[in-house]
Design a protein around this ligand. Structure first.
Ligand code: URA
Length: 448
């Protein structure tokens, strides 16, 4: 077999066979196919697409290019959950303990934040002592004893994806449904769970900006998962504003604890509960109403919070953060952000006199994520060191009214200049209107 023939076939709109796709992935992984030929095939795929059969072959070949985690030593069904990324998304920290309290195992490998989106590993590592680098044995042990473990993705997980993703990044071939879906799902398949629940974010803070493209991506990923023998469902959820009231690593841990105590922000609680119910269903619970009631119960009776403490403790962290939030550390400065002196859509400058009762009508969510990065709480490059305690508290959400005495947000910073920069970004992220805007539901669609 020759790579040049495979490139020509896809260039001319042909359908690649399983053998051809496996030959390509193997050659990319062992270096026998040079970058220029791999890039050429990626562009041919980008332009001519792949059907679901080709996409599934590509995903499985990439998953098998490195270690496939063997979770058979875990007793019972193991479920994984993946979010396509957003701002303020801390649902994993909430869902894992809920499922563990209900006897369902979650074994999860998470990533770090990059650009405007946060990463679960950064949030967890903001807990004093927490280790996300457990060995495979420790990982499996934690899932068996606690019911939930979350570690950072190992280097040997789907190495073909790492090579191809780096090439796509510099050859203009990222935005293709088959390539995105196979990249995400190869890592999920290699991570070994029996079932997968996907949270596909849609909106201006998400990878996919509109509902149609989010739905298309969700469908491809669900089909790949099911074709590969893993029960897979997806929820499409809103990312046109941050999820919850806090963005930033320790702040998000704190907010997750609040949800587990039964007093979390409404939309975050709703999305977390809905994902937990989906995971229970994937694990075999057939009665949705019972699943919802069970989720409510373990939050109310404190069982989920106890599981969170057990999980933190098992991974080396201090579980007492649930009772004493100051153990997470605090930023030096808190700066209130007001919307006066901002300009609305019609070009009208809002002042102290005329701002009262005006609505927040839209949020540029990506800017909120970038504001946290500007504070030092996120990464511009993969090897950037982050400041865990900085972040933003969102005081006003879309559909709420503002007044001259109420800040729309509070910046938590360790540096005054960075706080100013972040405040500017936050101010510019909001659009205001005199009319009450239509607010979006946090859960948009279920794809199974
Ligand atoms: N995330 C991934 O892991 N891969 C993609 O291609 C896009 C987003």
């Amino acid at each position: 077999m020759h790579i040049i023939d495979i490139i020509k076939k896809k260039r001319d709109g042909g359908k690649l066979t399983k053998d051809e796709i496996e030959f390509f992935v193997k050659g990319v992984t062992d270096g026998s196919i040079p970058d220029y030929q791999a890039s050429s095939l990626l562009m041919a795929i980008y332009l001519n697409g792949m059907d679901i059969e080709e996409t599934t072959f590509l995903t499985i070949a990439m998953a098998e290019s490195g270690d496939m985690l063997d979770l058979s030593a875990i007793n019972g069904t193991v479920i994984d959950k993946h979010s396509t990324g957003g701002v303020g998304d801390k649902t994993t920290l909430i869902i894992g303990p809920i499922l563990a309290a209900l006897g369902v195992h979650t074994a999860k490998m998470s990533g770090r934040g990059l650009g405007h989106t946060g990463g679960t590993v950064d949030k967890l590592e903001s807990i004093p002592g927490f280790r996300s680098d457990l060995s495979e044995e420790e990982f499996i042990n934690t899932v068996n004893t606690v019911g939930f473990s979350d570690i950072s993705q190992t280097k040997s997980l789907a190495p073909a994806d790492k090579i191809l993703y780096a090439l796509r990044d510099v050859t203009g071939t990222v935005e293709n449904y088959s390539l995105i879906a196979s990249s995400i799902m190869s890592k999920k398949l290699a991570a070994g769970a029996d079932g997968i629940v996907l949270d596909v974010k849609t909106g201006n803070g998400a990878f996919m900006k509109d509902e149609d493209s989010s739905e298309k991506l969700a469908k491809v990923m669900v089909d790949i998962g099911n074709n590969a023998g893993r029960k897979t469902v997806a929820l499409i959820t809103d990312m046109n504003e941050p999820l919850g009231r806090y963005v930033g690593n320790t702040l998000e841990v704190m907010e997750a604890i609040e949800v587990l105590k039964g007093r979390g922000e409404e939309r975050l609680t709703e999305v977390s509960k809905a994902l937990a119910v989906e995971m229970l269903k994937v694990a075999g619970v057939s009665d949705s109403e019972k699943a919802s009631a069970d989720v409510e119960r373990v939050i109310k009776d404190g069982a989920a919070l106890q599981k969170f403490r057990d999980f933190v403790s098992a991974q080396g962290g201090n579980p007492d953060i649930t009772e004493d939030l100051s153990l997470l550390g605090e930023a030096k400065y808190k700066v209130d952000v007001y919307l006066t002196d901002s300009t609305d859509k019609e070009g009208c400058v809002m002042s102290d006199d005329n701002i009262n009762g005006v609505y927040i009508s839209a949020c540029d969510t990506e800017k909120i994520g970038l504001a946290v990065t500007a504070l030092g709480g996120g990464r511009e490059k993969l090897d950037d060191v982050i400041d865990p305690v900085v972040g933003i508290e969102i005081r006003k959400r879309i559909g709420e009214t503002i007044s001259k005495d109420e800040p729309i947000a509070v910046i938590y910073a360790n540096n005054k200049e960075k706080a100013e920069e972040a405040a500017g970004l936050v101010k510019s992220a909001y659009t205001i209107s005199l009319e009450k805007p239509v607010t979006r539901e946090p859960i948009i669609k279920r794809i199974s």
